[in-house]
Structures are given as structure tokens and as C-alpha cells.
Design a protein around this ligand. Sequence first.
Ligand code: ATP
Ligand code: BTN
Length: 240
Amino acid sequence: MDEGMEATIGTKVIKLDETDSTNEYAKGIAPEVPEGTVVIAKRQTAGKGRKGRFWASPEGGLWMSVILKPQKVDPRLVFVGALAVADTLSDFGLAPGIKWPNDVWVAGKKIAGILTEGKAGEYTVLGIGLNVNNPIPPELRRDAISMMELIGTPLPLDRVLERLLFHLNAWYRIFKECPDIMMAKVRERTFILGRTVRIVEDDNVLIGRAVDVLDDGSLLLDIDGQLRRILYGDVSLRIP
Ligand code: ATP
Ligand code: BTN
């Protein structure tokens, strides 16, 4: 998308000092607001990841949710967020990789997470948490990192938001027009392909080599020579 193209995402931005979770706030207002409305909070008191897992959201990070009203719910919308975050990080000179299905990593650590929630036929909320200048809680420091830590200086949050909105608009447009092009970029940005991974789903654990991300968003796993398709759901992917 060139810079002059019409944007949907971010035309209306609701800025809050504090909320429980921008995803919860966004779900509350979704029926009444236009597509592309963004909710952003300086801090979240109950930021969450998938399956209600805790998401640390102190001041300094980018905690936001985008209200989308696609024609039908599509699990691949998570990749609109992951690619936009990855492109934003590249704009700041970092080298991001997507960890299928919903994380973005830099330098072997998690820098961002995406959480999509929605109501079929009505809306999808695309929640994005990006560690920018926020401190990382001590218990997460082994696995998580911020842009400030990587770059060595705090970044203007407005500028990061502006780049993120630009890339979200570009990828949402591509997703609507030709999702396979978007999936090709996901494949390029995914750093797990060719590696041995562990897929954890409730009590079930699968270990195999990540072979491909298919056009429908699923992961193709080679388990001792047998190919198995892993659907994007509530599975967690771990690198042993
Ligand atoms: P992962 O595979 O990245 O651990 P997951 O699938 O197990 O993710 P998610 O629901 O995707 O779990 O993400 C929530 C997890 O992210 C939390 O359990 C915590 O370990 C981690 N986390 C929480 N806050 C942050 C943060 N600000 N930055 C990076 N990681 C965080
Ligand atoms: C994950 O890695 O599981 C996803 C984390 C998503 C965090 C963001 S922060 C903004 C939005 N509000 C939330 O409560 N969660 C998402």
C-alpha cells in the first residue's frame, strides 16, 4: 500500500490511561463503532494472552486492540497483526521472526503477542501487545524482551504506533484481496520452519519437524515421516 491509500484502521483511536484489557473494552463497544476503530491503553490491569494467560502490561508498552468487521471470521487474521508488528520492528532496524501462530520474537525472545477474539458474523478484535519501553517483569526476563532493551534507548511510542497502523492497514488490505500473498509472507517471516518443535494442546504433546505453514494458516508437522496438519487453535508451540 502506498502512503496515500485510504486507511480504515486507526481513523478513530480511543486512548485510555488504564483499562482491564483493551480486548475486553473493544468487545464492549464493537457493535456500535466503525470498522478499524482502535482502543489503546497506557496500562492494562488484566492484560491477557490466549486461554486467559496473564499478559504483563505496565506503562511504556503498546497495548492495543483493533475492531475489524470482516465478511467472515477467519483465523488467519492473527497474521495481519503478526506481520504488521514484524514490519514495524524492521522499520526500527530489528530482525523479527514470527513464531507460529501468534508471537513475534527478536533475538530468541518474545517481544509481542497477538490475541484475536470475536463474535461470528459481527466482529473480530485483533489485540496486539508490543513491548516497547515497558519494563519486563523479572520472572519473564529469560523469555521476553522489549524494543528499548534491544535498541538501547526509549522510543517515541507515537512513532511506533504510527508505523504499526500503517502496516496493519497494508496487511489487512492484502488479506482481504489475496490472503495467499499474505500467507507467503508469513512463511518467509516464520523462523520455526525446518526446526523441531513441540506442540502442546492440553495434555497432548506432539513432537515433530515444522515443515510448512499452509495457505489456510495451519502448520504442517512431520512426525517420524508422517505429515500432520496442526490447526491454529489453542495449541502452544515450544522449541525444545
Ligand atoms: P508462548 O509460546 O509464547 O509461551 P503461549 O502460547 O504459551 O505463548 P500465550 O497465551 O501466547 O501463551 O502468551 C502468554 C504468555 O506470554 C504468558 O504465559 C507469559 O509467559 C508470556 N508473557 C506475558 N506477558 C508478556 C510480555 N509483556 N512480553 C512477553 N511475554 C509475555
Ligand atoms: C499472547 O501472546 O498470547 C497474546 C498476548 C496479547 C496481548 C494484547 S495487549 C492488548 C490486548 N489486550 C489484551 O488483554 N491482550 C491483548
